[in-house]
Design a protein around this ligand. Structure first.
Ligand code: HEM
Ligand code: HEM
Length: 710
């Protein structure tokens, strides 16, 4: 967590940046008057950059001081641990090896930011109204110029900081190796008797101990006097210690690379898609934020939804699928090459789709099918290749049964291809036909693509993480077939009270109620799988994500059932209740399940684990952020729907929603922040670690090499 201060500084400055314009207009009534043509916004932006610069400069100063202090000849000697002291830290085994070697010879400020922020804050943040500021610095042109100058400087400083970190690490590395040299030289001249005396102090050889880590956990154990002593690493125990994952050597490195690429790309799209979500969320409370057509709400909204759908969730699911399908079939993936083609096709689809949407080129009003058909054709082609690949892999399986995870995964890919084709082939899309197709497409998209695939992922990873079999295979099969039966009937529940035939709407409503069957079956199955293993939730960093996903699977889906009835739909349909439901499900279920599986698999593939504390930060920021996002929206929307029924003027209800939209922006910011932490965790799982060498081990290995050479 050494990088934490940088994130702390940047995070606080960012929160400050977001809150500055809100606070600035707090007394001017709602909606807020945030706009990029407002000088105070530029001032806040500049302030953010200045604070970030200041933060980085201070950090660098600290680093430089450390390096200088450590490299001063006199000081360094005094600061370094003396060989005699190192010798006292040797373990019994190390001492024994040393003696054996001898015989053979025969011989490793956040408060300041807020304070500075308060002092330098733009006029809008002060308690009194500051009016008529006409200084040169409030000129937008001057601000833009300074900003443009500051940005590259900021970037340069960040790069410099990273570089300095590396230099410092190399420097420490060198120092450790020098210490090891000195220790090795000291040990060479040390009489064997002194070592034996030291060994004697450790007391008699202890009896066979259980696995070392069984008693000491992750902490190093010491046994100087024949009594086992656990060296608690010290510090405040902020998070419970979690069990570490083991690298799986038997995974084909080529498959591992493919899976890691899918997951890496998906993280990029999560960051991009939710940054856009965050921006359009801010636009609800600050509608004049910009006047650039490419950044208009109407264009960015589908950029957000399509990027998180096809870029983030789809690629993450497929990446996990490429791991699960061959594994439970007990064979190699049928074609790695096809896996790569599918990855590039889907990425190409989301990149080009995003650019087309921002340029205003789209497929008309159909939600989630705003990409024009050639763009979606790339996506569909990627899915067709994937289906063929998965199908062939399963066809070549060496297991008798097709494990249930593969049922769900393959069925969802078949459904996704079907719904894309149905939604894009124009022949049946005239008049109401288009609306019916739209409902069908939307709900099969979320239910038969995201939900079905992700359930398959859970059927593989949940038992594996709990180390016990799934509670009931039959319940899984029941949930599978009833989901297919009911989910495919419920599309028109999106258009209750529309011109679509009444009976068709009723079928959808009945189907929505029927959805309770697979949902209750699935939830029961998952929760019962936890039976007898609840204690494992404490010591695992993946299981809490699974648990949250399961809870939202139950509550989010049944919330959908509740929304489908005519009485409730009358209140909620045109309100933000639907948006709350979308995020409760797509975020609370899909994202949490995906994160759980990603944290379960990546350490197995790379052998590197994320810092446990930042996994905790990711989890809590995402969960608390989501609750801040959905609860105020659900409450505000219900009030709004009821107000409409009571004939309150529309614009009054818009004003009434403003505070809830502020909460959404706050929740969204936390969620977005959690994604940054998630990306950092991924970085830590992907990039080789920088552990410094242990001086005792390095010294011993020198002596070992010398002994071997002589
Ligand atoms: C930082 C996190 C996020 C923020 C701030 C955010 C924000 C938003 C906003 C402001 C909208 C427009 C709502 C409207 O038109 O009234 C929206 C729509 C939507 N977002 Fe997000 N979003 C986030 C993450 C996600 C993720 C991760 C997913 C899916 C995996 C997602 C799926 C959706 C969907 C499906 C809609 C359409 C909602 C509807 O029409 O009912 N969002 N989001
Ligand atoms: C029992 C299961 C479910 C039922 C009965 C259900 C029902 C509904 C209903 C009735 C609506 C339309 C609300 C309206 O416009 O008035 C809706 C919207 C939505 N649902 Fe569900 N839902 C279920 C599960 C899910 C799941 C699992 C997901 C995601 C994985 C999901 C994602 C969405 C999304 C994104 C929308 C917004 C669509 C739009 O943009 O209009 N739902 N759901």
């Amino acid at each position: 967590m050494k990088q934490m201060p940088v994130f702390g500084w940047l995070g606080l400055s960012l929160l400050f940046l977001i809150s500055a314009p809100l606070a600035a207009s707090a007394d001017s009534g709602l909606p807020y008057s945030f706009s990029f043509s407002d000088p105070s916004v530029w001032a806040a932006l500049l302030l953010f950059i200045v604070l970030a610069l200041l933060g980085i400069a201070l950090l660098m100063r600290q680093k430089i001081r450390k390096i200088r202090a450590a490299s001063r000849p006199g000081a360094s000697e005094a600061q370094r641990v003396r060989p005699e002291a190192w010798l006292q830290r040797f373990t019994r085994e190390q001492l024994q090896e040393l003696i054996a070697l001898k015989k053979k010879k025969g011989s490793m400020s956040c408060l300041l930011v807020l304070l500075a922020g308060a002092l330098l804050a733009p006029a809008g943040l002060s308690a009194q109204n500051v009016t008529g500021s006409s200084s040169l610095l409030s000129e937008t042109g001057v601000m833009i110029t300074i900003l443009l100058l500051a940005l590259p400087v900021l970037l340069g400083l960040v790069l410099l900081y990273v570089k300095m970190q590396r230099v410092l690490r190399q420097f420490r590395n060198k120092q450790r190796l020098k210490d090891a040299d000195r220790l090795a030289a000291y040990l060479k001249d040390l009489p064997e008797e002194s070592l034996e005396q030291l060994l004697e102090k450790h007391g008699p050889e202890p009896g066979p101990l259980p696995e070392e880590t069984l008693l000491s956990g992750a902490g190093p154990a010491e046994d100087r006097r024949g009594l086992l002593q656990i060296n608690d690493p010290g510090g405040l125990p902020i998070v419970a210690a979690k069990k570490r994952a083991q690298k799986r050597p038997d995974i084909d490195p080529a498959l591992s690379r493919l899976v890691l690429w899918y997951l890496g790309c998906s993280v990029f799209w999560l960051l991009f898609g939710t940054s856009v979500g965050e921006y359009i969320g801010i636009k609800f409370i600050a509608p004049d934020a910009d006047h650039v057509s490419w950044l208009s709400f109407g264009r960015l909204r589908p950029v957000h939804t399509n990027a998180v759908f096809w870029g983030w969730a789809s690629l993450a699911m497929l990446g996990l699928g490429y791991y699960v399908v061959p594994r439970v079939s007990n064979v190699k993936l049928y074609s790695l090459k096809t896996g790569w083609y599918a990855l590039w096709l889907i990425n190409a689809s989301v990149v080009s789709g995003t650019l087309f949407l921002m340029a205003g080129v789209n497929n008309g009003g159909g939600e989630y099918r705003e990409y024009i058909w050639p763009v979606m054709a790339l996506f569909a082609l990627g899915l067709i290749l994937t289906l063929w690949n998965f199908y062939q892999t399963i066809a070549h399986r060496t297991t008798r049964e097709i494990y249930i995870a593969n049922w769900y995964i393959v069925a969802s890919v078949i459904f996704a291809i079907t719904i894309v084709l149905v939604a894009y082939i124009p022949i049946w899309q005239n008049g109401l036909g288009e609306t019916i197709i739209q409902g069908y497409y939307m709900h099969q998209g979320v239910g038969m693509w995201f939900m079905l695939f992700t359930l398959g992922i859970v059927y593989y990873f949940l038992p594996q993480q709990l180390n016990q079999p799934i509670y009931s295979y039959s319940l899984g099969i029941l949930a599978f077939w009833t989901q297919i039966l009911f989910y495919t009937l419920i599309g028109t529940h999106h258009f209750v009270f529309s011109a679509i035939p009444w009976w068709l709407q009723t079928v959808a409503i009945v189907g929505s109620a029927g959805m309770a069957i697979p949902v209750i079956a699935g939830t029961t199955n998952f929760l019962m799988t936890f039976k007898g293993a609840w204690s494992k939730v404490n010591s695992s960093y993946t299981l809490p994500f699974f648990l949250v996903g399961i809870i939202f699977y139950f509550t989010g889906s049944l919330q959908g059932t509740a929304e489908a009835f005519r009485t409730t739909n009358l209140i909620w349909h045109f309100t933000d209740f639907t948006v709350a439901h979308s995020h409760m499900t797509m975020y609370g279920i899909i994202c949490f399940f995906l994160w759980a599986a990603i944290y379960a698999i990546v350490p197995r593939l790379t052998g590197k684990e994320p810092p446990q504390i930042s996994v905790g930060i990711h989890f809590w920021l995402a969960l608390i952020g989501l609750l801040f996002y959905i609860i105020p929206l659900m409450y505000g929307s219900t009030l709004r729907g009821v107000a409409w029924l009571n004939g309150v003027p529309f614009i009054e209800t818009v004003k009434g929603m403003a505070p809830y939209w502020v909460w959404r922006a706050v929740g969204g910011s936390l969620m977005w922040g959690s994604h940054l932490v998630f990306a950092y965790n991924m970085y830590r799982m992907y990039v080789p670690g920088n552990a410094l060498p242990d001086v005792r081990d390095a010294a011993l290995s020198r002596l070992r090499d010398e002994a071997a050479a002589s």
